[in-house]
Structures are given as C-alpha cells and as structure tokens.
Design a protein around this ligand. Structure first.
Ligand code: GDP
Length: 613
C-alpha cells in the first residue's frame, strides 16, 4: 500500500502490524517483508537523516526507527532466539537444568586462559596438564582434544577443574558471539617482566563483558627483572585489585616454565569459584553443552570435542551439535581412553556425527534420530538462507570495474578464510574500512578459520562473492570446483597486499599481473633423514605434476605453514628426475627447509603472466 509522500518520498505504509526481522537485517530484508521497493526505504532513511545502503546490515535502532516511520511494529529476533524457537517447536528447552534444587550437584569450574601474546598461556596450559593429570589416568597418551580436566587438592578435598585448551580470547569471543557461555572463570596471564600489554587489557575486557571472574597469574617470575608488584599496580587501574591490597581478585605469582606455584594457581581458581559462583548441574538428564573444537579425521570421520554442561552424555545417545547430528559411536577422554559416559563439566571427544560442527555450537541429546535430523536440517537451512539472502551476481576482481560502471553491482561480496581467527578478523576489519566511494559497498558474507572448502565455493557461486584465502588454500575438490564455476579465489599471505588489490579493483585500476598457476600437489607419506641433504619427503603425487626447480609451499591441515620453498631435488627410486606425474611416488628435497611431517602437502606452482580480461 502506498501512502502520501513524506518530504517528497513515496512511503510504503503499514497498519501497525508486526514484522519479525533477524538481528542485523538490511533494508532489503525489511522491504521483502512488506513487499516494498528497497530503494524507497533507502529514501525514507535519507529523509530521516541517515545514509544507509539497501543491502547493508543495520542496527536494531535503525530498524525500529524505520518501522515507526512507516507505521509498522518491528520485532528483532536474534539468532539465539530463532534457535530457541526452533527447539521449542520440538518441545526441547536448552540451557536450563531440569528438576529441583536437590537434583543439582556441584560441578567443576571451566577455565579459559587469556592474556597477551608470549606471556606464557600455552606454556601454562602445558604445565598444568603435566603436573596434575588425574590420578589413575596417568600414563595414558596425552591427546590434544581442545580441553582437559585436572585434579587438585584444596582443604584436603579432591577438586577438579576443566581447562579449555585453546589459549587466547579468540575462541572465547567466537563462542560468546554465538551466545554460548563456555567459561566460568578466566585466568589472566601477565608476564611479570613485561607487565600489562594491549591484549592483556583486551582479554580483561572480554572477561568482564562476559561477567566471568578473573584470577590473575603473574607469570615468568623466574626471569630477571620480573616485577610482580608492578603488575598488581597496573591492573588496579583496570579494576582488578589484589586481595592483599583489599580487593577481591586473587593474584598468584607463577613460573610456567619452572612449574612454580601451579598448585596455588589451581587452588585460587577453586576458591574463586566457591566464593563467587554457584556451579551446579543436574547430572541425571539428557546431556546438553557446547562444542569446543572439531575436525574431520580421515579414518574416523567427524570428530568433535564437546563440553557437557548438564546431564550425562553416553555412548549410544542421539545428539545434535549445531547442524551436525548422529548417534554417539564412541567417546574418548583427554587421555585418549574410551569412556562410556561423561557428566557435567567433562570434555569428551565424540565420534559418530554426520558432519563437523562449529566451535561454540550447542549440543543436545534427543530421544529420536528423526528429531535430531530435523533440528540439524532446519539449522543448516537457516544458515544457508541467511547467506543466500545476501546474493547478487557473480563477479571477479578483474571485471568488477566494468560491472560497477554498468551499474550492475553496488556491492562487493567477500568470503574470507584464514589460518587464524585473529588474522581473519584483522583482514575483515581493514577491508570494511576501505573508502571506495559511494557506489559500492564491501560486504563480508562469511568468514572462518580453515581451508577454502567446497561449501565456501558454493556460497560464493550463489552470491557472486570473491573468496579470499589468507595463508590457507583450497581443500579437496574446492579448487577444481572454483575453476569450473568461475569463482574468483584469491590467495594472500600479507594483509596489506589483499587490501591493496581489493582497493585497486574497486577503483578499476587492477593491473595485469603475474598469476600463480598450480602445477601439482604431493602428499608426504614418509620422512627420510639424510645426513647430507637433511629431511627428504617420500611423497605420492596427488594431482598434476611436480617439477624440479619450481616454487612450492607447505600445507599442514589445510593451512600454509611455509611459503617460497623450492623443489631442489626430485627423485624416483635412485634416479634424479625433472618431473613426477600424478599417481607416482618419489622423493622431494626442499633444500634447507626441513620442517616436514607425514600428511603435509607440498603444493608446487609457477608464476605466469596473466592476460588482461
Ligand atoms: P603465549 O603466546 O601466551 O601462549 O606464550 P607461550 O606459552 O608460547 O610462551 C612464550 C615464551 O615465553 C615461550 O618461549 C615460553 O617458553 C616462555 N615462557 C613461558 N612461561 C615462562 C616462564 O614462566 N618463565 C620463563 N622464563 N619463560 C616462560
């Protein structure tokens, strides 16, 4: 329905009806709900004094303002709410313990270690793990599954603590961003010889925002020049006042390297938990919790580490984790032992899921396989819709200039994959800050850590996005798929290069350049040590051919771990050869570079001049 104009703009008008929009919706999403032309909503916003493009994601307030102006009520639905509604439709309540007070039993605190880079987070996690393996389980092979549990004695009582084994606040924020609360207590590591640094403050702010109590580990007290008192003084400015100064934060001086006072730190965690938190859960219900880390294992399929938050998870249970589901085929604890069940605050690795869930996805056990499948499918569909809702037409960086001029796109869609969430976020925020004039918007449809996958290419196809791989490569068949479908995948290892190129493309100034052409990939099957040549990779050529004297990079678990290598030596049996083709085995020598492992992939390439399109 069209109503009279406001300030010269024809205004779609409602009758006070309520429309529901997902958080972060754009004017286009809004327009779709009321069957209006997005351009008219842009005009309305302009009249209200706000410049907003049709496809940009806007704040809740903007949506409310716009709705008010057009006589609609708007109800903003957060992704968490949407999910809760989905679960409710199956009569499932997530996040609350069932039963009464008396059904609740004390559970161990779950701890994340945060702090500035190089202050000793990783070392501390190792030290804790080494000195406090739970009795009776010692001797098992320590396995990194993303979390582990230790035991310590406090006031003659055995107490357990669960540690999330990914140091740093990326994991913490990623999970929190998805509405998942994984952490009860944060250990803030501050090196006594370095003091409070930018990421110390960042970590502290994350913990505060999440309302998580902090225990401060003042590390590296063995180092000369260590000044634990100064650290206490500095942190006072951020509201963390040590108990000995009359505050309520426990500070413990430690040396992760020498294993000093680790027990006191654990005790401080337990005491802080007892003093400020009521950590209890009902072990006698269907298990619920969150996923911490997952990967695809060649032999075992999807392997997900989950943290049970309430209830007890058992082998044979049917579970949904994010958009993955399945029946628990086996469970392994952090020592690699098979276990039959896992109670509250216990991390376990679960086998038997259909696919790999994301970190921070919630999990729940349901009665029937069918329910699990339906929930998983609905979630997957929702994610797909959210991504596809942003679609425009397919572009490449080279022809961007032309389509821009022709007025065919107003938006450059990007998918960013990288080796670490930090670099991905840094790249994303730099790109979003690019000032490229008014005609065009940059929009990041999807970002993530890990190799460029077929599903990334899928999304790029559907939404005409350009894929950026930062220190990662395409995995499996993704490269061929991109090639076949004409999806532009760009690889970078330096942030500013990525930014420069995108900026140049947006300004229509992309120079013809040398293009990297992949020649072949070789999978390392064995590593031979030679006293003369260093490490030799015994390989099977997986694709293309590998030639001597070409460039190579080393990929481990989908991530680029070394660039600019040279295929210096190439052998088949005892003979030096110049090339080896797909399907054959041989030996590769990378010159001085020796950091190779079984299952690494050596990808070789050549630079060729790229014709201007
Ligand atoms: P992260 O970046 O916070 O995970 O820091 P790491 O755990 O990787 O530690 C950074 C460096 O500091 C490594 O070389 C550690 O061996 C060293 N380090 C960590 N803790 C201590 C400590 O207590 N004393 C000394 N002397 N060195 C430490």
């Amino acid at each position: 329905m069209q109503a009279p104009s406001v300030g010269g703009v024809m205004l779609p008008r409602g009758n006070g009806e309520t429309i529901r929009l997902s958080r972060g919706a754009s004017l286009t999403d809004f327009a779709e709900k009321i069957n209006a032309n997005p351009a008219s909503l842009v005009a309305v916003m302009m009249n209200l004094g706000e410049m907003v493009t049709a496809t940009q994601s806007v704040s809740d307030e903007t949506l409310q303002l716009l709705a008010g102006e057009m006589n609609y009520e708007v109800q903003i639905v957060s992704p968490e709410e949407e999910d809760r509604e989905l679960l409710e439709s199956f009569d499932i309540e997530f996040g609350e313990d069932e039963g009464d007070e008396e059904d609740l039993v004390v559970r161990p605190p779950v701890v994340t270690v945060m702090g500035h880079v190089d202050h000793g987070k990783t070392r501390l996690l190792d030290a804790i793990r080494k000195t406090n393996v739970i009795a009776g389980e010692a001797g098992g092979i320590t396995q990194h599954i993303g979390a582990y549990q230790v035991s310590t004695e406090v006031n003659d009582e055995e107490r357990r603590i669960t540690f999330i084994d990914t140091p740093g606040h990326e994991a913490f924020t990623a999970m929190r961003a998805r509405g998942a609360k994984s952490t009860d207590i944060a250990i803030l590591v501050v090196a006594a010889n370095d003091g409070v640094m930018p990421q110390t403050v960042e970590a502290l702010n994350h913990a505060k925002a999440a309302d998580v109590p902090i225990v401060v580990a003042v590390n590296k007290i063995d180092v000369e020049g260590a000044d634990p008192t100064k650290v206490r003084g500095q942190l006072t400015e951020y509201g963390l006042v040590a108990e000995e100064y009359g505050g309520d934060t426990m500070f413990v001086d430690i040396s992760a390297k020498q294993g000093l006072h680790i027990d006191s730190l654990l005790e401080a965690v337990v005491l802080t938990a007892d003093a400020s938190l009521d950590l209890r859960a009902n072990p006698a219900q269907d298990a619920q919790g969150i996923s911490i880390e997952s990967r695809l294992d060649r032999g075992r399929g999807a392997v997900a580490t989950v943290l049970v938050q309430r209830g007890t998870l058992r082998v044979g249970d049917t579970m949904v984790v994010g958009d993955a589901y399945g029946r628990v085929r086996a469970m392994l604890d952090d020592n690699g032992n098979n276990v039959a069940e896992a109670g509250p605050s216990t991390p376990v690795q679960v086998l038997g899921l259909t696919n790999v869930p994301g970190a921070g996805d919630n999990f729940l056990v349901v009665d029937e396989d069918r329910t699990a499948r339906q929930i998983a499918e609905k979630r997957a569909a929702r994610e797909r819709n959210a991504a596809f809702a942003k679609r425009t037409r397919r572009v490449s960086l080279e022809d961007l200039d032309k389509v821009l001029k022709a007025g065919e796109v107003q938006q450059l869609n990007l998918i960013i994959k990288g080796d670490a969430s930090g670099s991905v976020e840094a790249l994303e925020s730099s790109l979003l800050q690019l000032d490229v004039g008014e005609e065009v918007d940059i929009r990041v449809l999807h970002r993530g850590v890990g190799a460029v996958t077929e599903s990334d290419i899928d999304l790029a196809m559907g939404s005409d996005a350009i894929v950026i791989g930062f220190n990662v490569r395409a995995a499996g068949r993704a490269a061929q798929m991109a090639e076949r479908e004409g999806v532009d995948v760009r690889y970078y290892s330096v942030i500013y290069q990525a930014i420069e190129e995108i900026e140049a493309a947006l300004k229509g100034m992309l120079k013809p350049e040398y293009e990297e052409v992949e020649l072949g990939t070789a999978e390392i099957r064995e590593v031979f040590k030679s006293s003369k040549l260093g490490n030799i990779a015994g390989v099977l050529i997986r694709s293309g051919e590998v030639k001597r004297n070409t460039k190579a990079r080393l990929i481990r678990d989908g991530k680029v771990v070394a660039e600019n290598l040279n295929i210096e030596g190439l052998r088949r049996f005892k003979d030096d050869v110049t090339e080896i083709r797909e399907g054959y085995e041989g030996g590769i020598n990378l010159g001085n570079f020796n950091d190779i492992k079984v299952d690494d992939v050596i990808a070789t390439y050549e630079m060729r001049e790229k014709p201007r399109v």
